[in-house]
Design a protein around this ligand. Structure first.
Ligand code: FAD
Ligand code: DHB
Length: 389
């Protein structure tokens, strides 16, 4: 089989890129090693910035998102003493959209056949070949049969553990990483949210987040040590702890219900500082990971795709390679700023096992400053709604 762009991974990055290319009349095939059901069963991000909303709109796939998604004009930072409201709309003129990653992924998957975007699920043993040439190819096994996909370019959208980043030569590109000494335990339940807006809470016991997927589906998280497992957190204990960390006002409004999903995600900051090698490009989690605080992961995948699709379209339509030549540098400038924001919000809101009294005082002082400074709130707001492309 032959195509223009072979895309590895049917997460948000791969699917958004595939649709963007198809819209411009460029052929693309997506290779995904899981089944569609398995991809859709992974509960991940919940907040879309304007960059993600605009991409869906430009693709003509934003109808369900606008009908079912919830625009949010602000959120709360709770520090035990008070709730600091970050008025996104008032401070920046923009809002964010509550719409789950699974819903966005489903919309992109469902529209693929009518848009001529081939997605090959359960493509096992994907390997990249000749990536430093003009005729790279990918081999894989489907239903026990060995297959080969030839392309002009390969887009590695295969997440943090995928094979694309590993196809770069050992001495090409540096990995920058910070691993945090805790994870987030998340619970999804079909109960109304405890508050109309998200609450990010910094409590003596650790961080907690009250989020949602709709007016009837809640998503909550708490910070836990990496040594703890799901067995340590039966539902009742988790609901009790959420009530403590989110504070009495929110606790009074928490509706408990059975978990639809419960999982633990470790927190990590990671940047691979090269997004292109020859005919191979990286986008999304394949190139960078942020800790979830601030909801940047999916949105960063969207901004990578906005840059990369524009660059590839320039190449195929106008023979202009300036976009693909500058892709790495352009995308990394925005990536580092999102990394900084996610890291700083993580450092501000979590409890660190080795932190002393001074470190805690710094967190309290910063929250106190944010509470009193419109400039500080504006800085948080403009990063939260997403920096311009
Ligand atoms: P992914 O969504 O990871 O997609 C990569 C795709 O590549 C997957 O479908 C995978 O199956 C496929 N793939 C991998 N290896 C191969 C292979 N060998 N062959 C073929 N296909 C392959 N962000 C937030 O903003 N908020 C959150 O609450 C949040 N929670 C998260 C929880 C977890 C457990 C994780 C891992 C991430 C979370 N994120 C969250 C981050 C966010 O979900 C990601 O940033 C986003 O999914 C990135 O999209 P992507 O398409 O780059 O990667
Ligand atoms: C969600 C996750 C986040 O990391 C965040 O900052 C906001 C919302 C969520 O899953 O709903």
């Amino acid at each position: 089989m032959k195509t223009d762009v072979a895309i590895i991974g049917a997460g948000p990055a791969g699917l958004l890129l595939g649709h963007s290319l198809r819209k411009a009349g460029i052929n693309a095939v997506v290779l995904e090693h899981r089944s569609a059901e398995r991809v859709l069963s992974r509960i991940r991000a919940g907040i879309l910035e304007q960059v993600s909303v605009s991409l869906m709109d430009e693709l003509g796939l934003g109808e369900r998102m606008h009908a079912e998604g919830l625009p949010h004009d602000g959120f709360l930072l709770a520090d035990g003493e008070r709730n600091i409201r970050i008025d996104l709309k008032g401070l920046t003129g923009q809002s964010v959209m509550v719409y789950g990653q699974t819903e966005l992924t489903k919309d992109l998957m469902d529209a693929a056949p009518e848009r001529g975007l081939d997605i090959i699920y359960e493509a096992e043993g994907v390997e990249l070949h000749d990536v430093n040439s003009d005729s790279p190819y990918v081999t894989y096994t489907k239903g026990g049969k060995e297959e080969r996909l030839d392309a002009r370019f390969i887009a590695g959208c295969d997440g943090f553990h995928g094979p694309s980043r590993k196809a770069f030569p050992k001495d090409f590109g540096v990995e920058h990483e910070k691993v945090y000494p805790f994870g987030w335990l998340g619970i999804l339940a079909d109960v109304p949210p405890c508050n109309e807006e998200l609450i990010y809470a910094s409590h003596e016991n650790g961080f907690a987040l009250a989020s949602m997927r709709s007016k009837t589906r809640s998503r909550y998280y708490i910070q836990i040590p990496l040594t703890e497992t799901l067995e340590d957190w039966p539902d009742d204990k988790l609901w009790d702890e959420l009530a403590v960390r989110l504070g009495p006002e929110a606790a009074a409004n928490i509706t408990r219900g059975p978990a639809i999903e419960k999982s633990i995600a470790p927190l990590r900051s990671f940047v691979f500082d090269q997004l292109r090698y020859g005919s191979l490009f990286l986008a999304g989690d394949a190139a960078h990971v942020v800790p979830p605080t601030g909801a940047k992961g999916l949105n960063l995948a969207s901004s990578d795709v906005a840059y990369l699709s524009r660059a590839l379209i320039q190449h195929f339509k106008n023979g202009d390679d300036s976009g693909i030549d500058s892709y790495s540098e352009t995308a990394l400038a925005r990536i580092w700023k999102s990394e900084r924001f996610s890291w700083s919000l993580t450092m501000l809101m979590h409890r660190f096992p080795d932190a002393g009294g001074f470190d805690r005082r710094m967190q309290v002082a910063e929250l106190d400053y944010i509470a009193q400074s419109k400039a500080a709130q504006t800085s948080i707001a403009e990063n939260y709604i997403g920096l311009p492309l």
